[in-house]
Design a protein around this ligand. Structure first.
Ligand code: SF4
Length: 435
């Protein structure tokens, strides 16, 4: 059977799709580029926020409108988990729906066995780049009042250690130079098995299992859960980059209380643990602006906190109410124009801090991981390739523009010549000839 799979949403959904594809390929089904070549069209949806919901439904509707007689349309993932009836009402022609995490059932319904992790090299790196995501757990036990994820994904469940090591080895064999560890809550890894510091232990095993993967990177740590052991492990392992993403969501304790998130003191403690143990650590965070009841003075506390902590990378979202979450029904919903205005102020501050952090890199030497297939030409007519340094995560942070012509996946020693608000300008450093 030929299938065409469309994946919407976040990096974690990309990993889910990859696992589904591994099962489909294991069942000898063949991926095709175009939907009209397929016998089976699969859509892995996202239902996290309204915009993602609308995009998922629009995509399914378009695929349905253009499909040939006899082509099956199957819709799976987060949106069908929480709003199956709504999806079916919007597109009545759908042949079948499955919720999130039902990979076994989906695979079985099309005659493929799951639990196969024989991901062929061609399936690798995300979007054809030398990086891949490794999802180490799914689901979440935290009580954040704005978030629908625990309803969609259920309790936190860690991926079996042996499976994660096998996946990492397969990525390494296929040429990945970077593995980005993701989860809803990375620092909870192992807690469902009664383990403490499970993430640090997993990192040690991964680091030894894939020594050729130069960068292991951690995204989505929970404030207050960054232990000294974790920070020391990050510092000690040669192929774990000194980088951590800790979504903090706000800088006012009153708002954090309404969000049912850890206090600012806990957030500060996690940042301090990282800064103490990990030299040159790069810290990324995200904030939500316009949470119900957010006053101008609470928002100013957020600005002050962001400025004080000077995060190297700062992302922001405007709050979007989710039906079925406690915050969706809270009084004091903030008008859209106020949210947008605050978002603009926060992003402006984030840009200023990021520029200062990039400027501090000028003159220093770093490795650049080349991501472009072909060089482009700079304004002065020189060839330039696009990549990233350890300071930037794929898809969410900045880039490094490197003079010269290098193949995708090369790690090139370079000096930082210039800084833009989000990106770095680099030149290769001549490698001394030995002997
Ligand atoms: S920790 Fe993250 S995934 Fe879990 S409930 Fe909070 S926001 Fe949602």
């Amino acid at each position: 059977m030929k299938y065409h799979l469309v994946t919407l949403g976040c990096a974690k959904n990309t990993v889910d799709s990859m696992r589904l594809e591994a099962a489909l390929r294991g069942g000898r089904h063949l991926a095709v580029e175009q939907p009209d070549e397929a016998d089976l069209i699969l859509v892995n949806t996202c239902g996290f926020i309204d915009a993602a919901k609308d995009e998922s439904i629009e995509t399914v509707r378009d695929l349905d409108a253009n499909r040939r007689p006899g082509q099956q349309l199957v819709v799976v993932g987060c949106l069908t988990q929480i709003a199956e009836a709504e999806v079916k009402r919007a597109v009545p022609g759908i042949d079948a729906t499955f919720g999130a995490e039902q990979w076994d059932a989906i695979a079985a319904s099309v005659g493929a066995a799951s639990e196969t992790y024989d991901i062929p090299a061609a399936a690798l790196p995300i979007l054809g780049q030398p990086s891949a995501y490794l999802k180490i757990s799914d689901g979440c036990d935290r009580p954040c009042t704005f978030c629908i994820i625990p309803t969609i994904k259920g309790r936190m469940h860690s991926g079996p250690n042996r499976q994660l090591i096998a996946e990492a080895r397969m990525f390494a064999a296929a040429g990945a130079k970077e593995l980005v560890l993701v989860a809803q809550d990375l620092t909870a890894y192992g807690e469902d098995e009664g383990e403490r510091d499970g993430l640090a232990a997993l990192l040690e095993e991964l680091s030894a299992a894939v020594p050729d993967v130069s960068w292991l990177r951690l995204m989505y740590a929970y404030p207050g859960k960054v232990t000294p052991r974790l920070a020391e492990t990050i510092a000690a392992l040669p192929n774990v980059v000194p980088y951590l993403d800790i979504p903090l969501q706000h800088g006012s304790d009153a708002v954090l209380r309404r969000m049912k998130r850890p206090t600012l003191a806990k957030a500060r403690r996690s940042l301090e643990v990282m800064r103490t143990a990990v030299p040159d650590v790069v810290l990324r965070t995200t904030f939500i602006v316009g949470f119900p009841g957010e006053t101008e003075s609470e928002f100013k506390q957020l600005l002050r906190f962001a400025e004080e902590e000077a995060f190297d990378h700062l992302g922001a979202f405007t709050y979007s109410p989710q039906p079925g979450t406690p915050a969706g029904d809270m009084p004091g919903q903030i008008p859209e124009e106020v949210k947008q205005e605050r978002y603009g102020r926060l992003m402006e501050l984030g840009q200023r801090i990021s520029l200062a952090s990039n400027r501090a890199m000028v003159g220093r030497e770093v490795d650049v991981l080349v991501e472009s297939r072909e060089p482009s030409t700079s304004q002065t007519g020189e060839p330039v390739v696009v990549g990233r340094t350890y300071r930037d995560a794929p898809e969410v942070d900045g880039l490094a523009f490197l003079k010269g012509t290098y193949p995708m996946g090369a790690l090139v020693r370079a000096r930082v010549d210039g800084a833009l608000p989000y990106d770095l300008l680099c030149s290769p450093v001549p490698v001394p000839v030995r002997g």
